[in-house]
Design a protein around this ligand. Structure first.
Ligand SMILES: Nc1nc2c(ncn2[C@@H]2O[C@H](COP(=O)(O)OP(=O)(O)O)[C@@H](O)[C@H]2O)c(=O)[nH]1
Ligand SMILES: [Mg+2]
Length: 220
């Protein structure tokens, strides 16, 4: 419903066996995979871990928690055709300034090597207006010209009509077209195929870039 023309024809990627790779607490522990890397970011408790588990068809690949804000790590998962990086959540009120600065530094360093990152899924709660932190994250992605898709989470908590309303409002708030947003629910699996189609497209583009197809096209 909200996909681009190009992605309508894309087959949803089939994920068979996703596994945990490693956690990084500092930038010298970041990894450089030899396949496309997709990052997942968003405020704590927005549903990042649940989103990852939904994609992996696993209940406990990523640890979920109702006690937000305790992960300061970048967690890497091998999804076969791509690597997924689960970034530390932001916007947790009860952390100190020092902790916040540390978080900002980790993220800065993670995105510094942006050739490594094929796409970013930025998760936003479908029930609420984007927070100031969400807006700042989006500005950061725009500033670094990182390709991203906004994923609305927990859409099972809204009626179909409300979801449509919220999607429109959130898109407007973030100055995005509605097609740049995908509504999902890790609870029901709603929107999962749209995400998997997006991932197929991301992988295809990354492979074309590796083969130099895009370079030739722009030169010719
Ligand atoms: N109803 C519903 N609850 C969700 C959904 N996704 C996550 N949650 C709940 O929200 C809380 C935080 O989820 P988690 O995945 O740990 O968020 P994270 O901090 O961003 O990794 C947990 O209690 C989840 O069960 C969803 O799609 N629907
Ligand atoms: Mg988490």
């Amino acid at each position: 419903m909200y996909e681009t023309k190009q992605e309508k024809h894309e087959q949803p990627l089939v994920i068979k066996n996703a596994t945990f790779i490693t956690s990084a607490a500092r930038s010298d522990q970041f990894i450089t995979p030899n396949k496309p890397m997709i990052a997942v970011c968003g405020k704590s408790n927005v549903g990042k871990s649940s989103f990852i588990n939904m994609l992996a068809n696993r209940k406990k690949l990523a640890k979920t928690s109702s006690e937000p804000g305790r992960t300061r790590l970048v967690n890497y998962f091998d999804f076969g055709e791509f690597v997924l990086a689960d970034l530390p959540g932001y916007g947790f009120a009860r952390v100190s300034k020092t902790e916040k600065a540390k978080w900002a530094k980790t993220l800065d360093e993670f995105f510094k090597d942006k050739e490594k990152i094929s796409h970013v899924f930025m998760l936003v709660d479908s029930r609420h207006d984007p927070t100031a932190d969400d807006v700042q994250m989006l500005q950061f992605l725009n500033f670094h010209i990182l390709p991203f898709t906004v994923v609305l989470t927990k859409s099972d908590k809204l009626s179909k009509m409300k979801l449509k309303e919220h999607l429109r409002a959130i898109a407007a708030d973030l100055y995005l077209g509605e097609r740049n947003l995908l509504a999902t629910s890790s609870e029901t699996g709603y929107g999962k195929d749209d995400v998997l189609r997006k991932i197929s497209a991301v992988i295809r583009v990354a492979q074309d870039e590796t083969l130099g197809v895009l370079d030739e096209e722009t030169e010719g």
